[in-house]
Write a protein that binds this ligand. Structure first.
Ligand code: SAM
Length: 212
């Protein structure tokens, strides 16, 4: 089964989701979540997580003493997340509605593997809303699938990804979009990139940006 199909099917079985994603990313996504919580989140921080899924990152961040607000569009995911992260406030809300949460409220906004489920227009909109929700100097931290750098790598990734995206859509009526030009999208939304790391042959990246 393809990675994309497996990822979308896992989302439909939230109780198995974290175990499946660990397998799929060779443990990398867990390590990235730990890195986000350890390096970027401090006790007392107000943190918004966009697309909190089964709540693993929310649990790590509440464990560090942060006040975590999480949003997701999947009720089954939220049910699992509420058990995993009982200290977090978790809401059924789409990323496009985060402006309702109040301007200048958060020290950090974090998101893992959720921006790739948004269209590029939605990504741009959500990034602009995120800039408004952050306190001055606050950080946006996004880890997600990206298009690999370099023509050869891109050609290989596209030749694998396009048929897989089609199969995923047929099976789940849904697909993901590896992030493209995310640094420039961050800049257009008023962020300054402060760190970027790539993993798994350049197909997964962590972006840390500061509100300008
Ligand atoms: C691949 S999962 C990642 C979950 C979690 N962040 C993680 O890294 O394990 C993507 C999550 O984003 C959520 N999602 C997708 N589109 C969304 C949207 N427009 N607004 C909020 N959440 C969304 C899905 O319901 C799902 O829980």
């Amino acid at each position: 089964m393809s990675t994309l199909v497996y990822m979308k099917l896992l989302e439909q079985t939230p109780a198995k989701y974290d175990r499946g994603m660990r397998l799929l990313t060779l443990g990398r996504i867990d390590a990235i979540k730990r890195e986000i919580a350890d390096a970027w989140v401090q006790s007392g921080h107000a943190v918004l997580e966009i697309g909190c899924g089964a709540g693993a990152l929310a649990a790590l961040m509440t464990g560090r003493g942060a006040r975590v607000t999480g949003i997701d569009v999947s009720d089954p995911m939220l049910t699992v997340a509420r058990q995993a992260a009982p200290g977090a406030e978790l809401f059924h809300m789409t990323a496009a509605e985060i402006d309702k949460l109040g301007a200048g409220r958060f020290d950090r906004i974090v998101s893992t593997l959720a921006f790739s489920e948004l269209s590029e227009d939605e990504q741009d909109f959500v990034l602009k809303q995120a800039a408004m929700l952050l306190k001055p100097g606050g950080n946006l931290i996004v880890a997600d699938e990206v298009r690999p750098v370099g023509l050869g790598a891109r050609a290989i990734a596209a030749s694998i990804r396009l048929p897989l995206a089609a199969i995923t859509f047929l099976l789940t009526q849904n697909t993901t979009h590896a992030l493209r030009r995310f640094e420039s999208r961050l800049g257009q939304a008023g962020f300054r990139l402060v760190a970027r790391k790539r993993y798994l042959l350049g197909t997964l990246a962590l972006f840390v940006a500061e509100k300008g």
